[in-house]
Design a binder for this molecule. Structure first.
Ligand code: EPZ
Length: 421
């Protein structure tokens, strides 16, 4: 098993380039199923999750040409299978995003249930509610789901999402683009990844309006054609490096950023006394020699504070004098990193979905685990400022979602090594 060894070091300094967004490219790769023509996607991050999605598309009969390191050409003309295997779905929850495009293109989809994970039960009821509203028949077995469209195809419908689920919004949007008639998704998720997926499908000839608002209108069309698309920068990776600069009291220029996508983190870091400036070159973050103050935060669906940055921000708050309250409203169990931070000497108490951080005490290096993708990054951030060495294990989580993670941190002066056990 691979591990990260992280040592206390100098404040981070320098320039880092953000990669394409994991949570945009995965649904966009799945949406290539909707056309028989070739799709070219650029700024694709080189991640384990992207590799799994490529394997799945090939297993369905597709072919993928890796034109350059970060450029894929996907050809789904030969769609010979309509089933995502257990082997793949168990590796990556996002495989469930194949259901919508398979249902739209082939009228049938069989996808194994995406397991829950450490951060929550991760139900899929809203996805299925949307497919049924479009006329699909759903058969839920103990470990897989089958969806079948009516003979004459899916039919547009008005669908209200009880929770603005990112995955459900994406899956329903992809199912509806080829349906007969118009579909409205109400209380839709508004994340930038939804907008990027809609932009890509509109380039393919879809008629989607309102992505990025709480109501998305999709007018069904007969077919989609191929298209080329550049994936948006990863706002969660951006926020991770903003916090790396803040926690080490460093000075970092972050390039290839959409400042609007990280507004909540910019606002919160400024509240704490960190300088964040939007410049021509990128996002400039400076926390050198600053007396920082504590702040409170509450995670919410976009445009609220992103749940994926809750744990990295908590690592930062353990280094700031004072008491901070962190409330997690999106996932029911996303405080697994608290015990790991407390092992490093942090003083965090949790009550339900609320964590109280008493910050300011120096952290001590320890052996900790990455309990989810973002908590893994949070442990590395803590290790950068803890005394001694911090050993982070179960780092496959981290490598699923961050391209060139170690290289980018080392280029900023971080003492981090990846070792095989
Ligand atoms: C996406 O997951 C992201 N993953 C997650 O990022 C992110 O944390 C999450 O959105 C929230 O922003 C990808 O895009 C691949 P949800 P998703 O459906 O779509 C409840 C990362 O680190 N819900 O918006 O699974 C659910 O229980 C990952 O990159 C239902 O109740 O998130 C949860 O409490 C982690 N019924 C809440 O919605 C449903 O049918 C948010 O889930 C679906 C979801």
């Amino acid at each position: 098993m691979a591990k990260f060894l992280v040592q206390n070091g100098a404040p981070l300094y320098g320039v880092v380039q953000i990669s394409g967004a994991k949570n945009a490219v995965l649904p966009e790769m799945a949406s290539a199923i909707l056309t028989k023509e070739k799709c070219k996607i650029s700024d694709v991050p080189n991640l384990i999750d992207v590799k799994v999605m490529k394997e799945i598309l090939v297993s369905l009969g597709g072919s993928i040409n890796q034109i350059e390191e970060n450029v894929l050409e996907i050809n789904m003309e030969e769609l010979s299978k309509h089933e995502a295997s257990y082997e793949h779905t168990s590796k990556m929850r996002a495989s469930f995003l194949l259901m919508g495009p398979l249902l739209a293109r082939a009228g049938y989809a069989k996808v194994y249930m995406p397991g829950g994970c450490t951060i929550g039960e991760r139900p899929i009821g809203l996805h299925l509610k949307g497919f049924e509203a479009l006329g699909a028949e759903i058969i839920a077995k103990e470990n897989y789901i089958e969806a079948t469209a009516p003979e004459n195809g899916l039919k547009g419908a008005a669908i209200y999402l009880d929770f603005p689920s990112v995955g459900a919004t994406e899956n329903i949007m992809m199912a509806a683009v080829l349906a007969n008639g118009t579909t409205y998704i109400e209380n839709a998720a508004q994340e930038p990844e939804i907008v990027d997926l809609a932009n890509f499908m509109n380039k393919m000839g879809a008629k989607i309006k309102g992505a990025g608002t709480d109501t998305i209108k999709i007018e069904g069309v007969k077919s989609l054609h191929g298209a080329a698309h550049n994936v948006i920068p990863d706002r969660i990776e951006t926020a991770t490096f903003m916090l790396a600069a803040a926690i080490t009291r460093g000075e970092v220029m972050i390039k290839n950023v959409v400042p609007d996508h990280v507004k909540p983190i910019t606002a919160k870091l400024r509240e704490c006394g960190v300088t964040v400036e939007i410049t021509e070159e990128g996002l400039y973050v400076n926390a050198k020699e600053r007396k920082l103050i504590a702040t409170d935060l509450k995670t919410l669906p976009y445009p609220g504070f992103p749940t994926d940055i809750q744990s990295p921000f908590m690592s930062f708050l353990t280094t700031v004098e004072g008491s901070s309250t962190v409330i997690e409203t999106v996932f029911e169990n996303r405080f697994m990193h608290v015990a790991e931070l407390n092992r490093m000497g942090a003083n965090i108490k949790t009550e339900g979905n609320r964590a109280i951080v008493q910050g300011g005490k120096k952290l001590e290096g320890s052996s900790v685990i990455a309990t989810d993708l973002r908590a893994g990054a949070a442990m590395v951030l803590a290790g950068l400022v803890a005394s001694g060495t911090t050993e982070v294990s179960q780092i496959y989580h981290v490598e699923r979602g961050y391209e060139k993670f170690v290289e980018k941190f080392r280029a900023l002066g971080a003492n981090i090594l990846r070792i095989e056990d």
